[in-house]
Design a protein around this ligand. Structure first.
Ligand code: TXA
Ligand code: MG
Length: 327
């Protein structure tokens, strides 16, 4: 029997009973539990096979709720929350003592956001507690953007996926931390860099994939999840700005192509996924993980992915694709 359901009241009962439920957000599906329940939080880590050093994001119903979670809100955090919540932006702020250590991996900061999905906002309003929710995929696998992706991963280990359709943004939230009250991007994501800079001015990026490439293994991660091989198909994947050359190098193999919009010469290609015929970055981002899920099922020898323009959501897409290429 399918674990996919639209029944919010069922999700409420399970969560009140300290169980976990997969929930839709505008970015990716999350695996959610009561932040104050040790039992629920342990099941999240166990189900995902996630190491405990990797802290979770706390999902709250509204900006007003923030004061129950954090000690102090820097001026620029307030500006960002006002501009982007509900939405795909996570703020890392000084935590209140009441936030359990297991949520934050013993850090004195907590990651928090108001997700922009009507079903999950309604769910949060019906609960007396916020929801911790990492992406609903096994550790290091591709994030899920449909209820069916989650079901394929966890049909034997969880009781319910709350069905909210396909995620509109399609890549994870942008994570912003604060050092000396100044914002710093810890993870590129669905809120584009340029939109953030319009609100708070020029902003530094730490732990972009570029940082990781320069000194692999040496960077102390600000968002600990970011050092892992992540968002990764099982098929060997490469990212290139010269598709033709890479295809030629791999003739004879079963090649899968992941391209932005170009209708490319397909002679040597077994499977091709075009992310946006109209060259719309938003559309491309929303389809990215579904494309990787589909490519991974085609029994390919190699996935050749086209590098995106280095602007707006293109930067975030390139970040995810470059992580998908790591062995
Ligand atoms: O879009 C999203 O953010 C999705 C949806 C479900 O909300 N969630 C998500 O969660 O991507 P997850 O667990 O896959 O990624 C959370 C990231 C990790 O890289 C983690 O290290 C970082 O947030 N993080 C959590 N708490 C942190 C903290 N206190 N300081 C720094 N990074 C933190
Ligand atoms: Mg994740």
């Amino acid at each position: 029997m399918s674990i996919i359901s639209k029944d919010i009241s069922k999700a409420v009962s399970l969560l009140n009973a300290e169980d976990i439920v997969a929930i839709p957000t505008e970015t990716v599906y999350g695996l959610a539990g009561n932040i104050y329940s040790e039992k629920a939080i342990n099941s999240i880590f166990k189900t995902k096979q996630r190491p405990f050093f990797n802290p979770l994001i706390v999902h709250i119903p509204s900006l007003d709720y923030l004061e129950k979670i954090v000690e102090h809100v820097p001026k620029k955090a307030e500006l960002l929350a006002n501009a982007f919540w509900p939405g795909p932006m996570t703020l890392v702020l000084k935590k209140k003592n009441t936030i359990p250590d297991v949520i934050t991996a013993k850090k004195d900061t907590v990651a928090v956001r108001v997700p922009n999905h009507p079903l999950t906002l309604e769910l949060l309003k019906q609960l007396d507690f916020p929801l911790a929710a990492p992406s609903a995929n096994p550790f290091s696998s591709i994030s899920p953007t449909t209820a069916e992706h989650v079901e394929a991963y966890f049909k034997n280990t969880i009781k319910m996926v709350l069905d909210g359709g396909a995620c509109k943004s399609g890549i994870e939230s942008t994570i912003i931390g604060f050092e000396n009250n100044q914002p710093i991007i810890y993870r590129l994501g669905s809120t584009p860099l340029e939109a953030i800079e319009e609100v708070v001015g020029k902003i530094e990026i730490k732990n972009s994939s570029a940082d990781l490439n320069q000194s692999p293994g040496k960077v102390q991660p600000n968002a600990p999840g970011m050092l892992e091989r992540h968002y990764a198909p099982k098929t060997k994947t490469i990212l290139t700005d010269n598709l033709k050359e890479e295809i030629e190098k791999n003739i004879g193999k079963r090649i899968g192509l992941l391209v932005y919009s170009d209708i490319f010469d397909e002679n040597y290609v077994a499977f091709k996924f075009v992310l946006s015929k109209e060259k719309n970055l938003q559309e491309a981002a929303s389809k990215l993980y579904d494309a990787l899920h589909q490519l991974d099922k085609q029994d390919l020898d190699i996935i050749i992915a086209e590098k995106f323009p280095d602007e707006g959501l293109g930067k975030s897409i390139n970040d995810r694709l470059s992580r998908a290429t790591k062995d």
